[in-house]
Design a protein around this ligand. Structure first.
Ligand SMILES: C[S@@+](CC[C@H](N)C(=O)[O-])C[C@H]1O[C@@H](n2cnc3c(N)ncnc32)[C@H](O)[C@@H]1O
Length: 373
């Protein structure tokens, strides 16, 4: 089947039918992820001029590598699957880009140990952690990571999450953000093994995946600074109170300071630091042309991400109101009520009724209760 993505024409496998083994992976629903990747690469080249080489580590149809090569990156596409490698080569040729990219048929872990790249893009099936050490060992500037194993990441598949991420994820009302912070924590610890510090400069989550872009600093002190961003979250399953506790050693809260309940969860180590660089995200937004099919959605996402407060967890107004037994209010009014009494408040990209604030759950209720319809 022929598709056009970002102005590039590609041959990709058709609709995947259950029971039939399709040779090569292509997911049209990841187009937003790929459009944002291309815009991020464009913005990143302005930020770090020496960055020229891009490894599309799990290339499948070659879609990311072809699009990056069309943008002038010195591209390497890699896949262990022979059919994928053949298709990636054909797609480069179809776009007259065969001379601008090399295609490697091998295990990318070995390739990453053999050759340094400025930018590495990890887009595996499920967890990226088996590839993280090799990526951080040699990458110079930027590691881009997709994780599609959202159930382990958010604690819904607890044992699998513990195994993959060497952390304790917990299933909370901010499950997608739990996934973000478990993933970035594990990546920070992987990078630190190589005296590399990470700074997440753009991160987004949907119900199907988490995507984060990590700028690297090759210094032990930067690795230490990243580890300093780790900590734990204590969460009350009854009243949705939550508390972030910096540091590697947990000091679990047994009794909820808000409702007195004892159904407290401890998650961690999670990344408590910022996951966005609003200035960089503004530059990414400016690099999304309207010729990209997902441009309206991608630009709106960038706007929300850039305005999102740095708080490590978000709330969902509907879930809070259901818990309180009151009807919900319009989001803008709800946030205005919080700001009116001096709290910071922003929307969050995790859903239409999600928000971030520096107010506690009790303070949110007090600030908004009188005005809930
Ligand atoms: C989710 S697909 C990649 C999708 C692609 N990046 C895109 O945007 O459409 C994962 C790919 O990783 C490849 N893969 C899995 N393990 C690998 C390894 N160790 N080295 C290289 N490729 C691998 C699989 O063959 C598969 O093609």
């Amino acid at each position: 089947m022929r598709v056009t993505e970002g102005g590039i024409e590609l041959e990709v496998p058709g609709e995947q039918t259950e029971g039939i083994e399709e040779a090569v992976f292509y997911n049209p629903r990841q187009e937003l992820n790929r459009d944002l990747t291309i815009a991020t690469l464009r913005a990143y080249r302005e930020r770090e001029e020496r960055a020229t080489s891009y490894l599309d580590a799990m290339t499948a149809s070659g879609v990311r590598g072809v699009r990056a090569a069309a943008d002038g990156w010195d591209v390497t596409c890699c896949d262990v699957d022979e059919a994928a490698v053949d298709l990636a080569r054909a797609n480069l040729e179809r776009n007259d880009l065969a001379a601008d990219a090399s295609v490697e048929h091998r295990n990318v872990t070995a390739l990453m140990h053999d050759e340094p790249f400025d930018v590495i893009d990890l887009d595996p099936y499920g967890t990226p952690m088996p590839f993280a050490d090799a990526a951080f060992a040699n990458c110079r500037d930027l590691v881009c990571v997709t994780a599609t194993d959202t159930a382990p990441l958010c604690g819904a598949h607890f044992n699998s999450g513990v195994r993959s991420y060497s952390a304790v994820p917990r299933n909370t009302d901010y499950h997608a953000e739990m996934g973000v912070r478990i993933l970035v924590s594990a990546l920070a610890r992987s990078a630190a093994r190589f005296d590399v510090g990470i700074e997440p400069i753009l991160t987004h989550a949907t119900s199907h995946y988490v995507r984060t872009y990590l700028e690297l600093t090759h210094k032990p002190t930067a690795a230490d600074a990243a580890i300093d961003e780790l900590g734990h979250c204590y969460h009350c399953e009854d009243c949705l109170y939550r508390e972030a506790d910096p540091g590697l050693i947990a000091d679990p809260v047994e009794t909820c300071p808000h409702c007195g309940g004892n159904r407290m969860l401890t998650a961690g180590p999670v990344w408590l630091g910022p996951v966005q660089d609003p200035t960089f995200i503004g530059a990414v937004r400016d690099e999304i042309p309207y010729t990209f099919d997902t441009a309206p959605e991608a630009r709106e996402l960038c706007d929300t991400l850039a305005a999102e407060l740095d708080e490590p967890t978000h709330y969902d107004q509907h879930k809070l109101c259901r818990n309180w037994g009151v009807p919900a209010n319009a989001m803008d009014e709800f946030l205005a009520d919080l700001r009116a009494v001096g709290y910071e408040a922003s929307r969050a990209h995790y859903g239409g009724t999600t928000f971030k604030t520096d107010a506690s759950v009790g303070e949110i209720r007090a600030a908004t209760e009188g005005n809930l319809d």
